[in-house]
Design a binder for this molecule. Structure first.
Ligand code: NI
Length: 137
């Protein structure tokens, strides 16, 4: 059967601060620059979730995009949108909320709901020009 990738785009706004508690303010500033601002700053995150697999011969679907929309809403948008990631999102209490780490957290939250025969890839734009992707490797 042919393999096809289906994509769903989503969006959330969130605040964060990049820093390590065990580093001095000076070292955090040297490594993370203005992203270590103790008063936090925000991003308009753009998310693309891609699911790859064989087209089901009965439905013609790889994965129902309506289901994917609901899954992204409940697992990502409700959890992250208009939140301070460091303060309000449990996954980042001890994990620096870089785009890299946010993409891994999103992947792990979605992966458990998507059948194991389908491949999952998460692409996260932190700014229009800076983005990361993660496929669980
Ligand atoms: Ni930032």
């Amino acid at each position: 059967m042919p393999k096809v990738t289906v994509h769903r785009k989503a969006h959330f706004n969130a605040a964060h601060r990049l820093y390590r508690k065990d580093w001095s303010d000076e070292k955090n500033l040297a490594v993370f620059g203005k992203c270590s601002n103790p008063n936090y700053h925000g991003h308009n995150y753009e998310l693309i979730v891609a699911v790859t697999g064989e087209v089901d011969s009965e439905t013609g679907y790889v994965y129902d995009l309506g289901k994917l929309k609901k899954l992204i809403f409940s697992e990502v948008e409700e959890a992250f949108d208009h939140k301070n990631l460091n303060v309000e999102v449990a996954e980042f209490k001890e994990l620096n909320p870089t785009a890299e780490n946010i993409s891994i957290v999103i992947y792990n939250k979605l992966r458990i709901h998507i059948p194991s025969n389908l491949e999952l890839e998460v692409t996260l734009y932190e700014t229009p020009r800076n983005f990361v992707n993660y496929k669980g490797e």
